[in-house]
Design a protein around this ligand. Structure first.
Ligand SMILES: *[C@@H]1O[C@H](CO)[C@@H](O)[C@H](O)[C@H]1NC(C)=O
Ligand SMILES: *[C@@H]1O[C@H](CO)[C@@H](O)[C@H](O)[C@H]1NC(C)=O
Ligand SMILES: *[C@@H]1O[C@H](CO)[C@@H](O)[C@H](O)[C@H]1NC(C)=O
Ligand SMILES: *[C@@H]1O[C@H](CO)[C@@H](O)[C@H](O)[C@H]1NC(C)=O
Ligand SMILES: *[C@@H]1O[C@H](CO)[C@@H](O)[C@H](O)[C@H]1NC(C)=O
Ligand SMILES: *[C@@H]1O[C@H](CO)[C@@H](O)[C@H](O)[C@H]1NC(C)=O
Ligand SMILES: *[C@@H]1O[C@H](CO)[C@@H](O)[C@H](O)[C@H]1NC(C)=O
Ligand SMILES: *[C@@H]1O[C@H](CO)[C@@H](O)[C@H](O)[C@H]1NC(C)=O
Length: 597
């Protein structure tokens, strides 16, 4: 009797809405609706132009999932652009039972190249067309991966008819393809452990929103969760024997992602952020692990957050361990790309290394930039050994920090996280391909206050104010406050003022969620639905055909999508009172819908 309760509560607002043009998220590049009205959808059989015994299992599995979601959810749109869109928002059925009107009964899928692998740059485009006369959904995709996107679009626009059946508004024509080939989120399993099922839940949200890269920051100084055959002792530094990933666990994540068009790019952060795991193999390959991190006496600080530890760049035993760990993970992870970290190298840490201090004494002209270069010169050849297809990714620090290396090979993809547009411009002008993760816009962990204990900044009897006090910011704490809202993310014009050549170097964007204050309990609500705002930004952009920002139009789409995520088992957070969802734009700050430009 749930529904009668809802109707009872909203009875006064019940209205018939003539059409249910449920806009999927991300908004397709081009979607055009006709006006002839909804048509019934019967059991949809997938037919492809491929020979029957050769249909790609990725496609058949994906279709079984999509169809099962459609029929089990019986989705009732939670929010539309119509003035009042509440249950029951559907035509009473007259239009559906018109004599002679065919129901839609099949999906005619045409995949041009079913061999294309899921790798960076694979063609993800598709077209989708529903017309009454055809009696079918027609999908054409260049690759299997584009076809998967067509399915997640289709499953969002087939909805309940309110009477146990299904319908789709038609005719509808969609031409779709992503603006950027790299569209991702970053999961950190080094600061707190995240279980495999929770990682899979993120992949569910990603595939529904057409994000295609899960950057997996596997370890950090705090813990080493990956079982390594070559060095079984490394998981002594996991949080517990149960908080670990076996090779089978990692392969399960990779396979689950692949089945949904999501690449898994592993990251082992080196040489900074390295203590746990490595120190079990050979304590000498890790510098300063036993020092006080010393943010209080900054002169002596050895790391940006506890606990300290960096790979010893000069000690030659380091490189053999790096090679063996990297090679073993390269066997497990099937993506051509591998992220090798390289952020936040702290010079003070190396005061604790006799190898490094002696190396500096040998030639007093040497600098920390030379030391970073030594790392690049010795580690990059190891990373390249994984094969010709291997593309190495690193954080921008290796090319842009005070301790940057002099010469970072131009084929290394750099992930930018500092100084917003300034660093985006700097790196692309220098010819680097980049992935945008500017912390001022895309860091999803910001704004929760600091995580450090023994912090006297909380011990004041008034509300903190001013830049220094704000959100108790400061090193190690919530340094990147405030919280980045979905509008902040969606409004980010990250190619502003780039030349055409520079803009071509922007491969896409990723929203990282560092996990100092995140574990299974909150990971999904921290990512979602905000990651879906990024998903649309990098899929079809934040502007309409006239160049006007369409943030306000995203509101209803995103509110609907949040409900859809939850219905699909992705525990996305609430964005607004439900009232706002049911009363489109009643909760806008401005009545004038063009104020965002
Ligand atoms: C969108 O698609 C329709 C037909 O489906 C076409 O007429 C129109 O030109 C397309 N618009 C753009 C901007 O490509
Ligand atoms: C499907 O059609 C494409 C041409 O668009 C063709 O290249 C491909 O071989 C066909 N698949 C099969 C199995 O016939
Ligand atoms: C169908 O499968 C059989 C057995 O696996 C194989 O010999 C045959 O070539 C396949 N047919 C096509 C058209 O792929
Ligand atoms: C490291 O040595 C430098 C130079 O002597 C000094 O300025 C710095 O405070 C030292 N840092 C630590 C963590 O000991
Ligand atoms: C490491 O350095 C030591 C002495 O500094 C040398 O004997 C040894 O051969 C080196 N090992 C490698 C693998 O280069
Ligand atoms: C990039 O930034 C560095 C460090 O601030 C500066 O030295 C360099 O000139 C900049 N390069 C470009 C192309 O902006
Ligand atoms: C972009 O360039 C224009 C013209 O030089 C300048 O006025 C504007 O401030 C720049 N925008 C940003 C965000 O830097
Ligand atoms: C709405 O806001 C835009 C941008 O500030 C402004 O140009 C326009 O005149 C406003 N429209 C109305 C009706 O006030």
């Amino acid at each position: 009797m749930k529904f009668s309760l809802v109707i009872g509560a909203l009875g006064a607002l019940t209205a018939t809405v003539s059409a249910v043009k449920v806009n999927p998220l991300p908004a397709p590049r081009n979607i055009t609706w006709g006006t002839s009205g909804p048509i019934a959808v019967k059991e949809l059989i997938l037919r492809t132009n491929e020979s029957r015994n050769h249909t790609h299992t990725v496609l058949t599995d994906a279709w079984i999932r999509a169809w099962s979601t459609i029929t089990t959810l019986q989705w009732v749109p939670a929010a539309t652009e119509a003035p009042i869109a509440i249950y029951p928002p559907f035509p009473t059925g007259a239009g559906l039972t018109k004599r002679g009107v065919q129901a839609i009964q099949s999906v005619q899928l045409h995949v041009v190249d079913s061999d294309a692998d899921l790798q960076h740059g694979v063609d993800e485009s598709y077209t989708l067309e529903v017309t009454e006369s055809a009696g079918s959904v027609k999908i054409r995709a260049q690759t299997v991966w584009g076809a998967l996107h067509a399915f997640t679009t289709l499953q969002q626009i087939i909805i309940s008819d309110g009477k146990g059946g299904l319908l789709i508004e038609q005719p509808v024509r969609i031409q779709d393809a992503p603006l950027y080939p790299h569209r991702g989120i970053m999961v950190d399993t080094g600061r707190n452990f995240i279980t495999v099922p929770k990682i899979l839940e993120q992949i569910d949200g990603m595939s529904l929103s057409k994000l295609n890269v899960l950057h997996w920051h596997l370890d950090d100084a705090q813990s080493w969760p990956m079982h390594m055959e070559v060095y079984p002792e490394m998981t002594k530094d996991a949080y517990s024997p149960r908080e670990t990933y076996t090779a089978a666990d990692m392969r399960r994540v990779i396979a689950y992602g692949r089945a949904r068009g999501v690449r898994i790019i592993p990251e082992v952060d080196m040489p900074g952020h390295s203590a746990s795991g490595w120190q079990q193999v050979d304590p000498e390959i890790v510098a300063c692990a036993n020092s006080w991190w010393s943010n209080d006496v900054y002169e002596y600080h050895t790391s940006v957050e506890p606990n300290p530890g960096q790979l010893d760049i000069i000690y030659n035993g380091t490189y053999e361990v790096v090679r063996n760990v990297y090679n073993e993970l390269s066997e497990i992870f099937t993506d051509n790309w591998f992220h090798t970290g390289a952020d936040e190298l702290q010079p003070g840490c190396y005061n604790f290394s006799t190898y490094v201090t002696e190396w500096f004494l040998e030639d007093p002209s040497r600098t920390y930039n030379d030391l970073a270069q030594y790392w690049v010169d010795h580690a990059v050849p190891i990373f390249r050994d994984a094969g010709e297809e291997r593309r190495i990714m690193m954080w921008e620090d290796i090319a842009l920090s005070t301790e940057a290396a002099h010469d970072v090979p131009k084929d290394i993809v750099l992930q930018t996280w500092n100084n917003g547009l300034t660093n985006i411009q700097n790196l692309t002008a220098r010819g680097y391909d980049i992935v945008v993760s500017s912390s001022d816009f895309l860091y999803l962990d910001c704004g929760h206050g600091g995580f450090l204990g023994n912090d006297p900044r909380y011990d004041i009897m008034s509300n903190p104010s001013g830049a220094v006090d704000f959100n108790y910011g400061g090193n190690g704490g919530s340094w990147c406050a405030p919280y980045k809202t979905w509008q902040r993310i969606y409004d980010f014009d990250f190619t502003t003022n780039l030349t055409e050549t520079e803009a071509k170097h922007v491969l896409g964007a990723e929203a990282p969620l560092w996990s100092e204050q995140v574990d299974d309990v909150t990971i999904s609500s921290d990512f979602w639905p905000r990651a879906a705002a990024l998903a649309e930004l990098v899929w079809s952009g934040n502007r309409d055909a006239n160049g006007q920002k369409r943030t306000t139009l995203l509101t209803q789409r995103l509110l609907n999508f949040r409900e859809y995520l939850v219905a699909n088992g992705v525990m996305a957070g609430a964005l607004m009172p439900k009232y706002c969802m049911q009363h489109p734009h009643a909760c806008d700050l401005y009545y004038n819908q063009s104020v965002i430009t």
